[in-house]
Design a protein around this ligand. Sequence first.
Ligand SMILES: Cc1cc2nc3c(=O)[nH]c(=O)nc-3n(C[C@H](O)[C@H](O)[C@H](O)COP(=O)(O)O)c2cc1C
Length: 355
Amino acid sequence: MSTSNLFSPLTIRSLTLKNRIALSPMQQYCAVDGKPTNWHMVHLGSRAIGGAGLIITECTAVSPEGMNTLADVGLWNAEQVEAWKPIVQFVQEQGSAIAVQLWHSGGKGSHTHPNEGFKPLTVENGGWITKSSSATVMSGVVPEELSVEEIQQIKTDFVEAAKRAVEAGFDTIELHAGHGYLFHQFYSAVINHRTDEYGGNFENRIRFLIETVQAVREVIPETMPLLVRISAVDYLDTPEAWTMEDSLKLSGILAENGVDFITASGGGFAHVDKSLVHPGYQLPFATAIKGQTGILTGTVGMITNAEQANQIIVDGEADVVVVAREYLRNPHFAINAAHELNLETDIPWQYKRGY
Ligand SMILES: Cc1cc2nc3c(=O)[nH]c(=O)nc-3n(C[C@H](O)[C@H](O)[C@H](O)COP(=O)(O)O)c2cc1C
């Protein structure tokens, strides 16, 4: 048992979250030239009005090749910085903190819009040749293997995007290292078949992520928290699959390299067996990482109600609950949860007459 509840503040480096509820990153597929639009202002802004302690943007590409679809947001140029600024400012005006989730899709890039079937997008139709740790088939396409020079360039892209995130005013940065995207394509031996220093044993497979963490940590303020989302397991029953044991080892190394907080998600290379999915199904990952490494953790996956969310914090099983689909139904999840649990939270003065 901890002495905290869902509405206890949490301080990470110099950032204090007003409560333990985070909006989970969710791609909206409606950016224009990588720039967030009015939709993003309202989508992120309304969850801030609704009381979330931390708003995490959808995955935000560090380069055009890092996108999934042409409608993803990015942070590879100055116009994108300017487009993010008013959104960041509005969220902060509501008393919420905002993180940008920086990301490269690697071999999962170049797809059509979900409304057009999310199929591989060919070069003739405006797509690009996808690249990954190895030429391992993903979503029906075989990407090219990245050269070491190209790996270095992507690391630089993360560093430059991190600098732009600081310039745009974000409170913190989350590196998306899960869900079958580029970092995960390196650390999981399911995809990574390289024989150089970026493949083979565990240390080599995590090298790209660790080097990127180190490089990003160097250019962001000492006071700014650095978050990482991982896939704690591959949900695959093969000898190459990434396991919880690997995640515990990785989490310790991330912590030693200046990462403050890990959200433990899962999967990314195959559909997750529905029988495994139930309320809080990924909570044991966060609890184990927190318990064995001492790092702060976020838990994500079917957290849908106030009682459940509060119990996770009261029991000390994770430090933050990260809520995705419930937030699509209920933008005021946090305020409503406080009301239901009879706990104190700030309600925007404009909305006070509703409570
Ligand atoms: C529409 C949609 C878009 C998503 N986009 C992202 C994303 O950009 N980055 C990410 O890390 N996870 C993404 N996810 C995964 C969610 O953040 C979350 O991990 C998953 O939905 C499980 O949580 P839930 O049961 O609360 O929905 C997305 C999920 C949905 C439903």
